[in-house]
Write a protein that binds this ligand. Structure first.
Ligand code: SF4
Ligand code: SF4
Length: 474
């Protein structure tokens, strides 16, 4: 039997099947113990997170009062760390050639019903200009795994192209990268290219299911995939983003695995995940939802988001346009801190609108609003949309970032940075109605900056933005 060891570098020791089963058994035994759940919630109030066992127990709870307390606490933790700021980003798909066989993704090798495409550097430039013209500053690069069509050199060249492009007042200031698990050497190269976060979803932590869902290609190797974040950290990338695709396997198993992964990174490297993504399985070309009976419903999704916020208070929680407007509104209140907007999930989709029969999208988006519509909606709901990318540009990554986050000091820079980047958006890209609403929000929020010196500098920078200067940051 393989023993559980959260500080091990071996996948099946830090994501330990026996420990997950024991946790599920522990939950069955204590599922009606409301006083234990209240004790766990008392501990969570200290904002030091919870263990996967404690979290798993809360996940099974259906007591109305406890549930209400979970949502209230998740909201409170989110407000204390993130305030009402929501960071905006967009995905950029470079290529959908893929040698893997993932059964839930239309890019899988055997799908002949999809148009294959890889962007040239000129096409990337056009896509980036289209994204800059919307107002985006932060991208997540996506590409299928294919050593011929998208080797690491292609990814590195594309990152250089993206950072180089300046169009009007536009600039992409942070490129996060979501590419297949790779070697320490390649992670070093990505680090040297100045990426923000390296993102890789585990899909499912259940090894047997993982191997069935990935029948062919390099991704079939569970250990190599699961240990990717360790190699990324060894390669110098200290901001990593983890996630599972809920609906592939039993949600409780993957929820526990996700938290064990976070605990492992914290234990082994002293830094937990910078972000946690929580996509749910969605329909797409050649993907039949009826084959995924574990797909999760909205109420469960909401509970998962709230518990991740409570268990990993300092990790950004990300949702994409897979989620509908209504679902996004619900989870923004209780944990989500980053969302995408105006997204295309097709290769080349920002410039060229595809005919349905030419579909090259990775999944169908639910939230099809433009970025401006989303910004307006967020402002109306009382949030401050932020295009901030300051931390990694100021070297605040890894444990430096975590120390600031845990001491609460990060808010002192997030707050003015969000207002300054929102102001840039309003001046350069917003519709009239968004501009008006945004100006009022900035005025009000500036008054709420408690540190007088910070407030004065922020006001000064904002007035310089009005005079045509750009890119100030704390
Ligand atoms: Fe390829 Fe990624 Fe899709 Fe799998 S999920 S088929 S690796 S693009
Ligand atoms: Fe994120 Fe840092 Fe900007 Fe805050 S200051 S929004 S943590 S990049």
């Amino acid at each position: 039997m393989i023993a559980y060891d959260p500080s091990s570098s071996i996948a099946e020791e830090f994501i330990n099947h026996r420990e997950i089963l024991d946790t599920i058994a522990y939950v069955q035994e204590h599922r009606n113990d409301l006083s234990l759940m209240r004790e766990i919630l008392d501990e969570a109030r200290k904002m030091n997170g919870l263990s996967h066992r404690q979290a798993a127990l809360l996940l099974e709870c259906n007591d109305e009062d406890i549930l209400e307390e979970i949502y209230r606490l998740a909201h409170e933790i989110k407000q204390r760390i993130y305030g009402n700021r929501i960071v905006m980003f967009a995905p950029l798909y470079l290529s959908n050639y893929c040698i893997n066989g993932c059964t839930y993704c239309p890019y899988h090798k055997k799908n002949t019903g999809i148009r294959r495409k890889k962007l040239t550097q000129e096409e990337i430039e056009r896509e980036v200009i289209a994204l800059q013209d919307m107002g985006h500053k932060r991208l997540a690069l996506e590409t299928g795994e294919d050593p011929v069509h998208s080797p690491i050199e292609y990814v590195l060249e594309s990152i250089e192209t993206i950072y180089r492009i300046r169009h009007k007042n536009g600039a992409i200031r942070r490129v996060n990268v979501n590419i297949a698990a790779t070697t320490v050497e390649n992670y070093k190269k990505l680090h040297d290219a100045g990426i923000g976060t390296y993102i890789l979803f585990q899909e499912t932590y259940h090894k047997e299911t993982y191997e069935q869902l990935h029948p062919t290609g390099p991704k079939h190797n569970y250990a190599y995939h699961t240990e990717a974040m360790d190699r990324a950290m060894e390669g110098g990338i200290d901001d990593v983003g983890i996630g599972v695709l809920f609906g592939l396997y039993q949600y409780r198993y993957d929820f526990i695995g996700l938290l064990m992964h976070a605990e492992h990174l914290e234990r082994r490297f002293g830094v937990g995940p910078h972000t946690i993504s929580i996509p749910r399985i969605r329909p797409a070309d050649d993907v039949d939802l009826s084959e995924f009976p574990e797909a999760i419903v909205d109420s469960l999704f909401k509970k998962i988001v709230a518990l991740i916020r409570i268990c990993a208070p300092y990790a950004g929680i990300i949702i994409s346009t897979r989620e509908s407007e209504a679902s996004r509104e619900e989870v923004l209140k209780i944990g989500v801190s980053q969302i995408s907007g105006g997204s295309s999930t097709s290769v080349g989709g920002y410039v060229e609108k595809e005919a349905p029969e030419e579909n090259s999208a990775q999944f169908d988006t639910s939230d099809k609003r433009t970025l401006d519509e989303i910004i307006h909606w967020l402002l109306k709901l009382g949030y401050v949309p932020s295009f901030c990318t300051a931390c990694y540009r100021e070297g605040r990554t890894g444990d430096r970032f975590m120390k600031l986050a845990k001491s609460g000091q990060i808010g002192n820079v997030c707050q003015p940075n969000s207002l300054m980047t929102l102001k840039e958006y309003l001046l350069d890209y917003a519709s009239d109605r968004t501009f008006k609403l945004g100006e009022a929000v900035i005025e009000k929020e500036l008054e709420e900056i408690r540190n007088a010196k910070v407030k004065e500098i922020a006001q000064n920078y904002i007035s310089q933005l009005e005079h045509g200067n750009r890119d100030f940051r704390f």
